[in-house]
Design a binder for this molecule. Structure first.
Ligand SMILES: Nc1nc2c(c(=O)[nH]1)N[C@H]1C(S)=C(S)[C@@H](COP(=O)(O)OP(=O)(O)OC[C@H]3O[C@@H](n4cnc5c(=O)[nH]c(N)nc54)[C@H](O)[C@@H]3O)O[C@H]1N2
Ligand SMILES: Nc1nc2c(c(=O)[nH]1)N[C@H]1C(S)=C(S)[C@@H](COP(=O)(O)OP(=O)(O)OC[C@H]3O[C@@H](n4cnc5c(=O)[nH]c(N)nc54)[C@H](O)[C@@H]3O)O[C@H]1N2
Ligand code: SF4
Ligand SMILES: [Mo]
Length: 722
């Protein structure tokens, strides 16, 4: 029986990460009594992680901002919402008038995609601003996935996910779902799903420079030199073609470009790549054979491979590997979810690339955005199009994008900045005005994005548990106010009506009704179809079944074929050859170790370190290093060491562990709360250091401009005790 028999009960989906876990929250008179996993949630089946329990800490956090604040000579002052909106609108308009539309930059961070109101209204704000200087966390994250989906399948949001519940062979590169709970694959309760996979005789193989929490649960783990997965994948495909293992089955009708792939992989024998990726020839061959022999198999690569200098080639090769072994669009392979609100809309998006470039480095636009690795230089570089004002929404780029110190300097120089954020943190301290939204359990919730990445189709709507903290507004209300203030166009009567009518809930209802399970799909009435009202009757969520094949209907390429070798992607092989096989060897300037990042179960990117519940215990912001590398450098376990890179230097505690691959070192990302002006009492007490004071903004995947965090060259040395 429940510990709180009189409690009220609330069911919702956790908004913190991609796993969409169902929660049961017991509460009474505005107090939370318990937060548990909802066993009746059809997707998560009771799974929960420590972060969800901390939702109550965010709700109650005394450091959370509850009223707009404005930076003045005498410090931060609270101001009214109207005064704040007026000032933001006036400044943006004045700066755009003087310096042009592109003088306004915009950065949208990770929580944006976990809030359907932000998604629905954020795009409108971008449209009203008409700036080419739009950035987001996508380009320090999953941009290669979108790029490959766009050019192979025709649409940037057509993203297949591993069918983990039915696969027999799960090959994981650069992902740690035991800590992260999955990404670009909504997979709550990964531990249970993995157990089920192993119990039915399946295997999980992990490729990672660190023996991660996931690697520890794997049937086999192979260390790899950071940043070189592209060679492992090329060599596996080399074997699959050489040994005549290509099997297409039904897929044959739906693909083109196979011969070009065959020609490319011919050049990458395991013998040629072994010394680069440091995986022995025999193991590469075995992996290729095991993958193609498995009854069903799915290869999945995430952060560790997405944020490499050749991350896009990696994601492309992962698709190719799944396709040529007949594991695409098939149970047990990789498959397409069919969400109740379809996000793949309209035709192909293939033209939405490189329509403009960043000014300083000519990094390409993708779907209206520029790579955030170029944000600082686009603020610092004078001339037409220079960013003079910045809107940051739900993002903390000082800690989350490469070369944070340079971005610190750049933000200092802006004429105006506004942050839409719940905290006065490392980034928002640069703002002139901070607009604080209601968040977490104060918001209603629908996963527009992650149902499109889910390993099972479900639909679920969660109402808000508590009313917004007094004087806060929802993110979408903030957007709507700014859109209305900035929109100079005269609206027709109907446009005005739509504007007044549109709220996230109404827009959601309209899209559910007309979606593939809706009452009004394709304009025809279906009595059994869903609407927001009917979904609300299922507070645990509604199961819509396992993933189903959808080819070729779901493809968005003009000929409805999968292009296995789009020229924009395969042309990048020349850069790969030049980088790794050219005669001239680059000097490493003493930066002889390769730095990688890690995520921790009790931490959420940069912004949940203000919860005592999550942060108590020993210091977790440590540099992990292999005993051999530590010995060579005379490092003592738990001593403070200095780590430097081409762009910066930090000092932190060292943790000597054979979890690390020799030659690679690892630091968690999202720490570094000791910057002046931050107001996060708990986080500041144990601030850690920022890995992104070391990662170099010059290191990107040049094809897309995505940050190349994996393998940043660094030097580690002891700090002499005075
Ligand atoms: N070296 C290295 N760098 C990385 C990574 C890595 O693995 N290694 N990972 C990258 C990845 S995958 C990502 S997604 C990015 C994340 O990069 P960002 O999105 O820039 O950073 P977050 O830490 O998620 O910051 C979220 C911000 O939103 C605020 N916030 C929280 N809830 C709300 C809300 O409801 N509304 C609003 N308006 N604001 C809110 C928080 O206070 C915080 O300031 O970092 C990237 N950076
Ligand atoms: N607890 C927790 N959960 C989270 C987050 C969080 O901050 N905390 N963040 C959320 C976000 S925004 C995202 S995007 C997801 C990310 O989720 P994941 O993609 O699972 O990301 P990570 O946990 O960073 O795992 C990346 C793995 O890649 C390895 N790696 C690094 N470099 C290389 C390389 O060159 N090659 C190979 N093969 N491996 C490499 C690392 O050692 C690490 O084990 O997690 C989400 N979930
Ligand atoms: S795994 Fe993610 S969605 Fe699930 S409870 Fe934890 S933070 Fe929330
Ligand atoms: Mo992310």
């Amino acid at each position: 029986m429940s510990k709180y028999p009189d409690a009220d009960v609330h069911y919702r989906t956790c908004n913190l990460c991609e796993a969409m876990c169902g929660l049961v929250i017991q509460h009474k008179n505005g107090e939370i009594l318990s937060i548990k996993g909802d066993k009746e949630d059809p997707l998560s089946q009771g799974h929960i992680c420590p972060k969800a329990i901390a939702l109550q800490d965010i709700y109650k956090d005394p450091d959370r901002l509850k009223q707009p604040i404005k930076r003045t000579k005498d410090g931060w002052k609270e101001i009214s919402w109207q005064a704040a909106f007026d000032e933001v609108v006036k400044n943006i308009q004045t700066i755009q008038k003087k310096h042009g539309n592109n003088s306004i930059g915009m950065y949208a961070g990770n929580p944006s995609v976990h809030n359907y109101g932000t998604i629905l209204f954020g795009a409108q704000l971008a449209r009203v601003l008409r700036t080419k200087n739009k950035f987001s966390a996508t380009s320090v994250d999953q941009l290669p996935h979108h790029f490959v989906a766009q050019f192979m399948l025709g649409h940037w949001l057509l993203l297949p996910v591993p069918d983990i519940d039915r696969t027999d062979f799960f090959l994981v590169l650069g992902a740690n779902p035991m800590a992260s709970n999955g990404s670009m694959m909504t997979v709550p309760n990964f531990p249970r799903r993995l157990r089920a996979l192993q119990e039915r005789g399946g295997k999980m193989i992990v490729i990672d420079p660190r023996k991660s929490e996931t690697a520890l649960k794997a049937d086999a783990h192979h260390f790899i030199q950071p940043g070189t997965d592209v060679f492992l994948l090329l060599a596996m495909l080399h074997i699959i073609f050489k040994e005549d293992r290509v099997q297409l089955g039904e897929l044959e009708k739906h693909i083109k470009g196979l011969d070009k792939v065959r020609k490319i992989v011919q050049n990458f024998s395991p013998e040629r790549v072994e010394s680069i990726c440091k995986i022995p020839v025999k193991e590469i061959i075995q992996l290729a054979r095991d993958f193609s022999d498995a009854k069903t198999a799915s290869c999945y690569g995430r952060m560790g491979v997405s944020v490499q200098a050749f991350g896009t080639l990696c994601q492309w090769l992962i698709y190719v590997l799944n396709i040529v072994t007949n594991n695409f669009n098939k149970a047990g392979g990789i498959m397409f979810p069919k969400p109740a609100v379809p996000v793949v809309r309209g035709g192909s998006t293939m033209k939405k690339f490189n329509r403009w470039q960043s000014r300083k480095r000519q990094l390409p636009e993708f779907n209206g955005e520029l790579p955030v690795a170029s944000l600082a230089e686009e603020i610092l570089e004078p001339g037409e199009g220079q960013i003079k004002a910045l809107i940051v929404s739900a993002g903390n780029p000082i800690l989350s994008t490469p070369n944070g110190q340079q971005l610190d300097r750049a933000l200092e120089q802006l004429d105006f900045m506004v942050s839409i954020d719940i905290y006065l943190n490392e980034t928002s301290r640069h703002a002139n005005i901070i607009l604080p939204p209601a968040t977490g359990i104060e918001t209603d919730h629908y996963d527009l994005v992650f149902n499109n990445l889910s390993v099972r189709n479900i639909v679920k709507y969660s109402p808000a548990l508590f009313a917004p903290a007094k004087n806060t507004r929802y993110d979408w209300q903030i957007y709507k106010a700014l859109i209305n203030g900035l929109n100079q166009k005269r609206l027709s009567f109907t446009q005005k009506l739509i504007k007044a009518w549109s709220t996230p809930q109404r827009l959601l209802n309209a899209t559910l009704l007309t979606g593939p399970y809706g009452k009004w799909y394709k304009g025809r009435y279906n009595r059994k179809g869903i609407s927001l009202r009917s979904v609300k009757k299922h507070p645990h969520g509604l199961d819509l079944g396992a993933l189903k094949p959808c080819l070729p209907k779901c493809l968005r390429t003009e000929d409805r074929k999968i292009d296995l070798s789009p020229s924009v992607i395969i042309d990048d092989i020349a850069r790969l050859e030049a980088t790794f096989f050219s005669e001239t060897k680059k000097d490493d300037n003493g930066f002889d170790l390769a730095l990688i990042s890690r995520r921790q179960q009790r931490s959420n990117n940069s912004w949940m370190h203000n919860s005592t519940r999550l942060t108590k215990g020993k210091n977790r912001c440590t540099l992990m290093i292999h005993p051999k590398d530590a010995k060579q450098r005379k490092l003592k376990n738990r001593a403070t060491v200095e780590v430097s890179s081409a762009v910066g230097k930090i000092a932190l505690e060292v943790e000597i562990t054979d979890e690390m691959f020799p030659g690679a070192v690892c630091i968690p990302h999202g720490y570094g709360h000791d910057r002046d002006g931050v107001k996060l009492q708990v986080a500041q007490a144990n601030p850690g250091v920022s890995i992104n004071d070391l990662s170099d903004d010059a290191l990107v995947d040049e094809l897309t401009g995505n940050a190349a965090f994996s393998g940043t060259p660094v030097r580690v040395r002891p700090i002499p005790v005075p």
